[in-house]
Design a protein around this ligand. Structure first.
Ligand SMILES: [Zn+2]
Length: 395
């Protein structure tokens, strides 16, 4: 029998799929991404464009070497849809434009960015829009507000953000609110009664509750409050990297019952324990310099020198986080949330949005099935969007 095997089959049995050259997995990844929209949970290009002087200062249609995202790179990366972050700095809570105004300006920028490049980009407000745009060969632009301070404690403002097409709101950024607690806060409280009202109203409006940046108590409270699936738009696994921004296994285990998704962040300090420890020590040394009265320029210079010596995170480590979330929460509850253009350092091999196929190729190399790869690339988050729309429609 053995001698009768066709030569090709014989070769395949000698060289199982894990031994095929990486190039073949990349080709397979690109082929898959032609059949399913890759949907990234978090990209900070709106604020990156804003700080460069606005839309007129950046030509998004040509390669921008200093940005991690532009249309040519999105195309090379097979990106089908992007949640653009309407990021609102917490400092707006103290001075400058009001948080709600800042959020409105970010939403305006996202819509004008999308309208400026109609051959490549199209707005999406529902799961069906993403699918329609994908069929038409366009990259969907979805809006997520980063920082619940944007609503300025007003359910009316929340309803108006929904009317503008906002599809997720990250409940906090780095600073706690009166109704939700940030991951970096030492306080152990979670959602206040008003925070629960916000979650219920988001459910009613069809806005996904995003738990990236909140502390564990807020994650837990939101999971017990929501009537719709939740998301972590850009967070990795804390069992692998002990960062407060990452999701602990105790919460990952609750994702199947909730139906939500954890979209893995590529930030080196969130995916590599060595980088996290190094960054912690850098911050401690910077604090010591400030405490010793050294001036700001010295601290900045020192930070630059230390950062250049930092260990590097890798694409494989990002894949490790995806594997871990699959193992603990299940393959239906993991996605991609790069944080490109919001992070200053990148993993080796995942330098910008053009590199998504390399990550998909790594999963294929590790033996992931095409079915499972399609889920992590986009089908899981499409399911979350659709389920959120259904909960909103019922109320
Ligand atoms: Zn963030």
């Amino acid at each position: 029998m053995f001698r009768r095997l066709p030569v090709a089959l014989l070769l395949l049995s000698l060289y199982p799929s894990t031994r095929l050259p990486a190039q073949d997995f990349r080709a397979q990844a690109l082929r898959i991404l032609k059949t399913v929209p890759l949907i990234d949970g978090h990209n900070d290009i709106p604020d990156a464009i804003r700080v460069r002087g606005g839309l007129d200062s950046v030509d998004f249609a040509v390669l921008q070497p200093k940005l991690m995202s532009d249309i040519p790179k999105l195309r090379a990366g097979g990106v089908g849809a992007q949640f653009w972050a309407a990021y609102v700095p917490v400092t707006t809570m103290d001075s400058g434009p009001h948080p709600a105004v800042y959020a409105l300006e970010q939403i305006d920028l996202i819509k004008r960015l999308c309208a400026k490049y109609p051959r490549d980009l199209a707005m999406a407000y529902r799961a069906a829009d993403v699918e329609r745009n994908f069929t038409a060969g366009k990259i969907s632009c979805l809006i997520g507000i980063e920082g619940g301070h944007a609503i300025e404690n007003s359910l009316g403002a929340l309803r108006m953000f929904a009317a503008l097409g906002v599809r997720y709101i990250t409940l906090t950024h780095w600073r706690s609110l009166s109704w939700a607690t940030a991951s970096t806060d030492t306080a152990r409280r979670g959602l206040s009664p008003f925070g629960r009202d916000v979650v219920h109203e988001m459910n009613r409006l069809g806005i996904v509750v995003d738990l990236s940046h909140v502390n564990d108590a807020t994650m837990s409270d939101a999971l017990h409050t929501t009537r719709a699936p939740l998301m972590f738009s850009h967070s990795s696994a804390r069992a692998l990297t002990g960062h407060a921004r990452d999701v602990p296994d105790s919460i990952l285990k609750l994702m199947p019952a909730n139906g939500g998704i954890v979209m893995v962040n590529f930030n080196p300090g969130f995916v590599s324990e060595a980088v996290r420890v190094y960054e912690d020590s850098m911050e401690a040394r910077a604090r010591a310099l400030r405490a010793a009265g050294r001036d700001a320029a010295v601290v900045t210079d020192s930070l630059r020198v230390w950062a250049a010596r930092a260990p590097k995170a890798t694409l494989a480590q990002v894949a490790d986080h995806i594997d871990h979330i699959r193992a603990v929460a299940g393959v239906d509850h993991v996605g991609l949330g790069s944080d490109f253009d919001g992070i200053t350092e990148v993993p080796v091999g995942l330098e910008d949005v053009s590199k998504f196929p390399d990550l998909i190729a790594e999963l294929l190399r590790r033996g992931w099935s095409e079915t499972d790869v399609r889920k992590v690339a986009g089908l899981n988050v499409l399911r979350v969007l659709r389920a959120t729309e259904q909960v909103a429609a019922k109320r």
